[in-house]
Ligand binder design. Structure first.
Ligand SMILES: Cc1cc2nc3c(=O)[nH]c(=O)nc-3n(C[C@H](O)[C@H](O)[C@H](O)COP(=O)(O)O)c2cc1C
Length: 186
């Protein structure tokens, strides 16, 4: 029996970042994403106080999680005004934007007031807005939420989804710019 071998030292907390927030943002922004608008119903109290019945935000943090059961995720800043309504609602719709919907991307990221005024949509099975001309949509049950840093990660269980028959390409966000896809010559 020899001497016990030294255990490798594994730190159980991360070292402080060696970069600032600007550098982190710029590095993250190299990852190209699609862009979604996520919609839900406003709370009864806010509607009673005169707010519009639906709310929505632009989000690029969408991703797939699981096929069986069908799960997707997205994350929302804790400082977003609509966080309480997304957290407390039973369902939301994730609308995948096309390149011709840059105006909706900007509208649902910045507009104060009724973001749905003048916007075309139809109502889903649970009565939530599916935006006309979106590339695709997912109607999700608000399955779980995880507080992480300055965001809340939402995992949605997809009850219904659909592809709309548009000819437009996807809206793509990369390096702080909006683009669309072009096929590579292979
Ligand atoms: C391209 C793009 C992607 C965005 N992605 C997210 C996101 O994933 N999560 C998020 O919380 N905010 C995201 N935002 C910002 C929100 O759309 C914005 O803060 C929104 O106005 C929040 O609305 P509220 O404060 O009324 O809830 C994104 C904005 C843009 C332009």
């Amino acid at each position: 029996m020899g001497m016990p071998e030294a255990q490798p030292r594994i730190a159980n907390v991360a070292a402080a970042p060696d970069f600032d927030a600007m550098h982190f943002r710029r590095t993250l922004s190299q990852f190209a994403t699609g862009v979604t608008v996520i919609t839900t119903r406003a709370s009864n109290e806010s509607v009673a106080a005169g707010a519009p019945p639906f709310i929505g935000i632009t989000a690029s943090s969408f991703n797939s999680v699981s096929l069986e059961p069908p799960l997707v995720l997205w994350s929302m800043a804790t400082r977003a005004n609509s966080l309480p309504m997304f957290r407390d609602g039973t369902h939301y719709i994730i609308n995948v934007l096309s390149a011709s919907q840059l105006d909706l991307c900007q509208r649902f990221a910045t507009l104060k007031g009724d973001r749905f005024a003048g916007v075309d949509y139809r109502l889903s099975a649970t009565g939530l807005p599916i935006l006309s001309n979106a590339l695709a949509w997912f109607e999700c049950h608000n399955r779980s939420r995880y507080d992480e840093g300055d965001h809340v990660i939402f995992v949605g269980e997809v009850e219904r989804c659909g592809v709309l028959d548009g000819k437009d390409g996807p809206l793509i966000f990369q390096g702080g710019q909006f683009t669309t896809t072009a096929p590579l010559d292979l």
